[in-house]
Design a protein around this ligand. Structure first.
Ligand SMILES: [Zn+2]
Length: 465
């Protein structure tokens, strides 16, 4: 999920405007008003799914259900959970038969939890995404037209892009794209000069990308303009990284949780609470169990689309856990959206090249390497990377060459790469049972992992201009 400001976002100005007004109002609305809005949207999506989406037509018929029977959130439990494997195996069954009415845009998940999933999003879902980001970023002070810097590896892996370019400035979007596959001292000086020149008011990226960029800015003594706020997402924001980012950049850090499937959105408000945007998607919290502290619980996040008719997802099992307060209190910011304590999202390691470059976002690799069902990158020494591949249907010589070339372009010429084919059962699991895409067995000093209190691995304090 990303704020992307593509031309298509502006093709429906009236839709954008009315959604924007409505979503701005929703954040202050009473609980009853928000519920009425959510159920109204839900009823519309259910009607469409039951009538025009083959998977749901069959499901409703088999269970003898009418969409109008599902009028409250709790009624949704009459439907089974939708798993990623169903989406992966039979995506067409979830495509609306009325696609020609709303020509959709194709999207792909990152593939860090298995083969990337193809998704269809209609104009309304795209407008909703755009307006959601305006609201969330607005909580950090962003207004349309403000300049910002986006940290990314994926942009530089696209066909036609230069993977070695440290940055790209897009004047029409007022966006500075910073290449996080090039986080080494020389390139970071160039990135800092670009930041001084284009003065992004906001930074957006993975917590680990922003952290390693920040460490290098400090270590090189490069000056950079202090941002007004940082927007993080895409992986777990640990308290240590949160504190480190606040200290390095000297501004508020607003974290968020979401996914390409667009069924759940949660983000930090200016008071530092995680709010569930319940007018974006309907969040169900299943199987609550005790959390790490006595005042917390953990539950599985299951989300339902409230806008997308091209490929509506009902009761979609995100695979992610949410940390809940046992006794949530209203947020001092005054917004009425529900509050949760945190998100137990993706937690990946980084790869460090023999030349000392940090690669925090290698989990995007499966999106660019077709034929791979599942990928694991295992760094066992500073000069050696094992690439473990669970082959998919389209695996073959071409896919192997593509994967090797893509990996080489990222890790550079001096890293030994060894590609191995494995089965799903042979994937490496953490003691907790989690399967990560990037695993590092390097000692902590290589990874510069932050600790609380204080920030281990940080150099002299950075200078902000
Ligand atoms: Zn709040």
């Amino acid at each position: 999920m990303a704020i992307d400001f593509r031309t298509r976002d502006f093709l429906h100005p009236l839709l954008l405007l009315s959604l924007h007004r409505r979503m701005e109002r929703n954040q202050w609305a009473s609980r009853q008003e928000r519920q009425d809005y959510q159920w109204g949207r839900l009823a519309s999506v259910l009607r469409h799914a039951a009538n025009h989406v083959p998977y749901y037509r069959r499901l409703f018929a088999r269970r003898g259900l009418q969409p109008q029977q599902l009028i409250r959130a709790r009624d949704l439990s009459a439907l089974p959970l939708l798993r990623k494997n169903t989406l992966r195996g039979r995506p067409e069954a979830l495509h609306s038969r009325r696609l020609s009415l709303w020509p959709p845009v194709r999207q792909k998940t990152s593939g860090s939890s298995g083969e990337p999933i193809d998704l269809l999003m209609d104009a309304r879902a795209n407008a909703q995404e755009f307006v959601y980001y305006l609201r969330y970023w607005g909580w950090g002070g962003f207004r349309l037209g403000d300049s910002f810097a986006q940290l990314t590896t994926a942009f530089f892996l696209r066909p036609g892009a230069d993977i070695r370019a440290p940055w790209v400035w897009q004047a029409h979007l007022r966006r500075l794209l910073i290449n996080t596959s090039q986080l080494a001292p020389r390139q970071v000086r160039s990135m800092a000069r670009a930041m001084v020149r284009h003065r992004p008011s906001f930074l957006k990226g993975l917590p680990s990308e922003l952290y390693h960029l920040g460490l290098l800015l400090r270590e090189t003594g490069a000056s950079f303009p202090r941002p007004r706020a940082i927007f993080t997402g895409g992986e777990l924001l640990s308290p240590a990284i949160h504190a480190a980012l606040g200290e390095i950049y000297g501004c508020p850090v607003l974290d968020s949780y979401g996914h390409m499937e667009r069924t759940v959105a949660i983000s930090h408000c200016p008071a530092g609470s995680y709010h569930v945007h319940d007018d974006y998607g309907m969040l169900e919290l299943l199987h609550p169990r005790p959390g790490p502290d006595p005042d917390t619980r953990v539950a599985r996040a299951v989300g339902t689309s409230l806008y997308n008719r091209a490929m509506p997802l009902l009761r979609y099992d995100t695979g992610d856990d949410i940390l809940l307060y046992r006794h949530p209190a209203p947020c001092p910011c005054g917004r009425t959206f529900p509050v949760v304590k945190g998100i137990l999202g993706r937690s990946e390691d980084i790869v460090v090249t023999p030349g000392g470059r940090y690669l925090p976002a290698l989990f995007v690799l499966p999106r660019f390497t077709p034929g791979v069902r599942f990928l694991q990158l295992l760094q066992e020494s500073p000069t050696y990377l094992r690439v473990l591949v669970v082959p998919g249907m389209a695996w073959g010589e071409q896919a192997r060459e593509n994967l090797e070339a893509m990996t080489r372009s990222l890790v550079g010429p001096h890293m030994g790469i060894h590609l191995e084919l494995i089965s799903m059962e042979q994937r490496i699991k953490d003691p907790s049972g989690k399967v990560r895409t990037v695993i590092s067995r390097l000692p902590p000093e290589y990874l510069k992992t932050p600790r609380l209190p204080g920030i281990a691995g940080a150099g002299d304090s950075g200078r902000c201009s």
